[in-house]
Design a protein around this ligand. Structure first.
Ligand SMILES: *[C@@H]1O[C@H](CO)[C@@H](O)[C@H](O)[C@H]1NC(C)=O
Ligand SMILES: *[C@@H]1O[C@H](CO)[C@@H](O)[C@H](O)[C@H]1NC(C)=O
Ligand SMILES: *[C@@H]1O[C@H](CO)[C@@H](O)[C@H](O)[C@H]1NC(C)=O
Length: 407
């Protein structure tokens, strides 16, 4: 045990292979996993957060030099950058060693708060449509630190109300998009929408309004019925008729073609249903998270480089899909009842993170990772993505919280 401890302090993540492998694992191979807690991560976020104007938010990077491209607050991705600053505040408490970086928790909280301020106006209405959960991230994190912050409470409740107002009891879902309308009764729902429901549970807890939870459950149930194929894969978009609730069409917007499986969509399904099971204990959600994960993992190549679309012949990766899936798998592992499954989800998450680091660690870029694909073929590929970085940091923190890594 002493031997393990000593090695573990030199190579913190060695503990992980020891838990899952019966034979010794070669050290050099595992060392890249230490980059999960590289001091470069806080350094990069500090450099941007302390020099840029917090009214324009990092979104994606340029392809060649990895410089952030900034967007206005009223965009669905705005919460990820301040959200990451809060995750780095959490990391200062989780990490004892170099991984926590040179700044303390208060410093990160100051940055997280100042970068959230520009988002407050969005609580009065915004263009993010279903993505209110993503917008709420920094305010949800603020409540973990200070549950009595009235500004954050109000922001969370306002975002939840905006999402809840998009619910149709007839269709049984919230409406994802106001665009992509082909006919007068179109009601488009995308698999990404499953990521936004923890917000409704949190707001339900703050307001004692049970309707918010029912909306989340109805949407999750309707999506299980219509958005999954037999093999556990997903369509990105299902359009319903808002007058009858019937399915009109199923297709893709960001993937390769209408019958293919867009990898980030499948990752949203893993994370979203793992969240739903965590929040409700409902077995249907556990089964759905498992099916989503099985499909994702059985279609990811052994080098753990996740393609942009599982059915595309192109050699194009999406590291944001890998990060979202790894973070989702770790949540699933935490709540999974079956111990063999639990070990599988944990091991797979670690493999995805390791594969992603080996492939796309980008020391000279503003972002942590390269090789993410936002939209293809719309010339938005092979970049950093602010949400790819966010879930990468979330996954690494989760490993520490579950006692699977130290940093
Ligand atoms: C409360 O939260 C808001 C929004 O996250 C933040 O701007 C503000 O600084 C926080 N207030 C305190 C006293 O920490
Ligand atoms: C995919 O589905 C959409 C929506 O039904 C349709 O507009 C588009 O033509 C389809 N694409 C192909 C290649 O069939
Ligand atoms: C990863 O990014 C590099 C640099 O842009 C690029 O040359 C390479 O083709 C990308 N690989 C994949 C699989 O996307």
């Amino acid at each position: 045990m002493l031997y393990v401890k000593k090695l573990a302090s030199l190579y913190p993540l060695l503990l992980i292979p020891l838990l899952y492998a019966s034979t010794a694992v070669a050290l050099p191979e595992e060392r890249s996993l230490n980059d999960l807690f590289s001091p470069l991560i806080p350094s990069k976020f500090h450099a941007i957060a302390s020099t840029q104007n917090p009214s324009r938010y990092p979104h994606y990077t340029t392809q060649d030099s990895g410089k952030w491209v900034y967007i206005d607050a009223d965009t669905w991705t705005t919460g990820f950058f301040p959200g990451t600053l809060y995750l780095l505040a959490e990391r200062t408490k989780l990490c004892k060693g170099a991984g926590k970086g040179e700044w303390d928790q208060e410093h990160w909280l100051d940055l997280g708060r100042s970068w959230s301020t520009g988002m407050l106006k969005l609580t009065q209405g915004n263009k993010a449509q279903h993505d209110q959960g993503f917008l709420s991230y920094p305010f949800v994190e603020e409540l973990k630190v200070n549950p009595r912050n009235e500004t954050a409470i109000k922001a969370v409740n306002d975002f939840a109300a905006i999402l809840a107002a998009r619910f149709s009891p007839l269709v049984g879902t919230t409406r994802s998009w106001d665009h992509d309308i082909y006919g007068p009764n179109d009601w488009p729902v995308i698999i990404d929408n499953m990521m936004n429901f923890e917000l409704l549970f949190i707001s339900s807890g703050l307001t004692n309004n049970p309707t918010l939870k029912s909306i989340a459950r109805a949407h999750a149930d309707t999506t299980i019925k219509n958005q999954f194929r037999e093999d556990g894969s997903t369509w990105q978009v299902v359009t319903y008729n808002d007058a009858t609730g019937d399915v009109i069409r199923k297709y893709t917007k960001q993937g390769y073609d209408n019958s293919s499986t867009w990898a980030r969509g499948q990752a949203w399904a893993i994370h979203g249903y793992a969240d739903m099971y965590k929040l409700t204990g409902d077995d249907d959600y556990l089964q759905t998270a498992r099916r989503s994960a099985e499909y994702f993992l059985s279609h990811t190549p052994s080098n753990n480089i996740v393609p942009w679309d599982f059915n595309s012949p192109e050699d194009l990766a999406d590291t944001s899909a890998a990060s979202v899936a790894a973070a989702g798998l770790l949540i699933l592992a935490k709540v999974e009842k079956n111990l063999r499954n639990r070990a599988k989800w944990t091991r797979s998450a670690i493999n995805l993170l390791k594969g992603t680091i080996d492939f796309a660690w980008a020391p000279t870029w503003d972002s942590i990772l390269s090789n993410a694909t936002s939209h293809h073929p719309n010339n938005n590929q092979r970049t950093g993505l602010v949400y790819g970085d966010y879930y990468f940091v979330q996954a690494a923190n989760e490993l520490v919280k579950q006692g699977l890594a130290s940093c």
